[in-house]
Design a protein around this ligand. Structure first.
Ligand SMILES: [Zn+2]
Length: 264
């Protein structure tokens, strides 16, 4: 039945932002009617440590639990396209997700696709090689039709804004999962670290004790700060770290200034 409004629930920061923004919005006719989880290559390509079938099971179980919490039906889609036509997930993930959305085009009226980058980081440079997430707001408009509008959701803010937005929600606090290595958040991979640092900058670490080992982070916090400093030194405008560094630098000036003087 046409008229559905959907978005994905991978349980990362971007995904929770899109769900919370459109679950009970100021536009009731555009509120979510379904949540989705797609595996069209992402799970096979992204995870490296634990076995893939176990990770996949956990990703799907988590999505089911979150859909239940929001009292929305969950649509699960799996494709073997990536097995038959191997390709770079980084370069093709947006197009693969477009296939998944269009496989249910008789259902959707609106599909919110959670953005990775803010409008400030929109770029068409190196668009043959680069992550299409850099120009998704344009792609989704091109892929929309008179019957199905695909909307890039969340580009109005940066990652820190999204962390602020979701941080007080009990469902996000319970189910946030960003890890690239394990079925639970490992706390030390690049995505876990950047999320913990952003939560630290937002003063919201304690809200996420159920899905992160916050005490382990606090114990190794200096190492996390060194990682942040080194990342910013290499790329001062790095979209996922620049604002976090600015906030944490103001709070821990002496620590970062000491690092800076040691590196001169
Ligand atoms: Zn991790």
């Amino acid at each position: 039945m046409w008229g559905g409004v959907g978005t994905g629930i991978s349980c990362g920061v971007d995904s929770f932002y899109a769900v919370l923004k459109h679950f009970n919005s100021v536009y009731p006719s555009r509120n979510l009617t379904h949540l989705c989880i797609f595996n069209n290559g992402s799970i096979n390509s992204c995870y490296g440590v634990e076995n893939i079938p176990y990770i996949k099971q956990k990703v799907f179980e988590r999505a089911e639990a979150v859909a239940k919490e929001f009292n929305l039906p969950l649509l699960k889609l799996e494709s073997n396209f990536q097995d038959v036509v191997p390709q770079s997930h980084l370069r093709t993930h947006t197009y693969m997700d477009a296939l998944a959305i269009y496989s249910l085009q008789k259902l959707w009226r609106t599909y919110y696709y959670s953005s990775t980058y803010s409008f400030a980081d929109f770029s068409l440079q190196k668009n043959f090689d680069n992550d299409p997430a850099h120009f998704e707001p344009l792609l989704w408009d091109c892929f929309s039709t008179s019957k199905l509008k695909i909307i890039s959701s969340g580009s109005e803010g940066d990652r820190n804004d999204k962390v602020d937005f979701i941080a007080d929600n009990p469902i996000a606090q319970k189910y946030l999962h960003v890890c690239l290595k394990k079925a639970t958040n490992c706390g030390w991979c690049p995505k876990c670290l950047r999320t913990l640092l952003a939560l630290d900058a937002a003063n919201k670490l304690d809200n996420f004790r159920e899905c992160f080992n916050i005490d382990a982070y606090l114990k190794a916090r200096n190492k996390a700060f060194v990682y942040l400093y080194n990342t910013i030194k290499k790329e001062p405008d790095q979209p996922f770290f620049a604002k976090t560094y600015k906030i944490l630098y103001e709070r821990h000036k002496n620590f970062f200034d000491n690092l800076s003087s040691k590196n001169k």
